[in-house]
Design a protein around this ligand. Sequence first.
Ligand SMILES: C[S@@+](CC[C@H](N)C(=O)[O-])C[C@H]1O[C@@H](n2cnc3c(N)ncnc32)[C@H](O)[C@@H]1O
Length: 193
Amino acid sequence: MNILDKFHNWRRKRRWNKQYKTGRWDSLKSEIESKRYYQIIDFMKKYAVENPRILDLGCGDGVLNKRMDKFNFENFVGVDYSDVSIKKAKAENFPKSEFLVSDIVKYQPEQIFDVVVFNEVFYYIHENEKRNVLNRICKNLSDKAIIIVSIYREGLGVWEYFKENPKLKEIDFKRVTTEIEKTYWKIAVYKQS
Ligand SMILES: C[S@@+](CC[C@H](N)C(=O)[O-])C[C@H]1O[C@@H](n2cnc3c(N)ncnc32)[C@H](O)[C@@H]1O
C-alpha cells in the first residue's frame, strides 16, 4: 500500500470504530442476520475436523463466537483492526476465545488453524493486499483445514480470489436468502487442493 492507501485504510478503521461506538453494527445480532451465522456454523459441523482451532478474520464484536455456544471448538481467535469492536468482544468473556486488535493485512498467525472465516470482510481488504492475505493465511492451515467466506449479495472483488486460486478448491456453496427482497448472502467453503 502506498502512503495514500495507508491514509484511507486509517480513515476506514476510524469509521469502523465510530460505527461500533454508536451501535451501528448491532444489526448483525438481529434474527435476519442469524441465518448467515448459522449457515457458517453448519458448514463447520459438516466439513471441519472435530474440535477445530478457529480463526475469525474481521471478527467485529464477536457475533459469530456468540452464535457458537452449542458448537465445540478447541480455541477461537478473533482479529479485527477496530479496537472498539475488540473491546466489546473481550467483554463477552467467551470461553476458549482470544481477541486481537490487528489489521488483517499485517496479521501473522501464531498458530495453525483448522477453520478460517472471512465473514462479511473480504471486500474491505485493500485490493493490492487480498492475494497476500490469502497466501499468508494458507501457510498456517492444518492439512484438513477449511476456509469459509460469506459475502452479502454479489460482493465485487471477492470470489475471483478464491475461485481462481490454484491452491484452493470449493467444496460447498449456499445462497442464504431472507424474506426481504434482495437481502441474501453467498457463503462458500474451500479447502486446499
Ligand atoms: C461488516 S463487519 C463484519 C463483522 C463480523 N465478521 C460479523 O460478521 O459479525 C466488517 C468488519 O471487518 C473489519 N475490518 C475491515 N477491514 C479490516 C482490516 N483490514 N483488518 C481487520 N479488520 C478489518 C471491520 O472493523 C469490521 O469489524
